[in-house]
Ligand binder design. Sequence first.
Ligand code: LHQ
Length: 258
Amino acid sequence: MTILVERRAGYRRITLNRPERLNALNIEMGEALVAALAAAEADPACRALMLTGMGRGFCAGQDLNEIVDMPVAEIPALIDHYNPLIRRLAASPLPIVCAVNGVAAGAGANLALACDIVLAARSASFVQAFARIGLIPDCGGTWFLPRLVGIARARALALLAEPLPAETAADWGLIWRAIDDDRLLPEAEGLAERLAAGPTVAYGLMKRAFNAAASNDLARQLDLERDLQSEAAAAPDHAEGVRAFLEKRPASFAGKRG
Ligand code: LHQ
């Protein structure tokens, strides 16, 4: 099994499971991930996701054994195989926490960046390894990197293909936080649990708004915020949040649509 899926209270934990290859991606793993996301989204009891890797690495990108003898003509089809995964992570209505437990290289780094909240073990690093093998960042790298860290750092990360330690990644805004290694999983699980108890509809709408902001001007984005806010306000969690505030008690969100 290239991935493991565990059902937890309110969320699912997905673990990349090819530790002997630092969880390098292959077609089977890409397909399994898309299927796991679809299954999670179809389950009303699942309100968040957590993604991590088995063993000492998070994900070493494309399994190079799979492409070593591949005719160039087949590369687009391979990439078209992974792109739905990246689109699905970004567009998923569920909040996704990524716990980068070790090195995240090539497509593996960009897989992490497609998630909503990225935590990394202090010993982990991010490598846009593509240039080392004469390729360009894919799986959204050229889109995510400049948005997260600015074009100057994005260019250097891609051209130099040097490992970026987790702590610097956090300082630069590439990820949310670097965490002591032994605290990574408990912290990520705590976040996933917290998100699973949150206003699920609003979270999904926030993701839509942020994604659209990348190509909207301010006027269009303001219109979109108005429309999405109406959807958020129609969900029972909005009324519950307001009532809870006025009654000075914690809100109890059900995560249902209005
Ligand atoms: C691996 C891999 C790996 C196979 C470690 N494959 N075995 C491109 C083209 C077309 C379509 C689709 O998408 C893409 C996107 C891409 O992702 S291209 C970029 C692919 N990834 C890389 O180029 C990274 C290759 N790996 C590395 O540079 C290093 O392994 C890193 C920096 C990740 C970790 O280094 P170390 O900690 O020193 O570990 P290691 O190199 O000793 O690796 C451990 C084992 O894992 C080793 O196997 P072995 O049998 O010797 O123990 C590696 O061969 C294997 N492995 N990455 N991508």
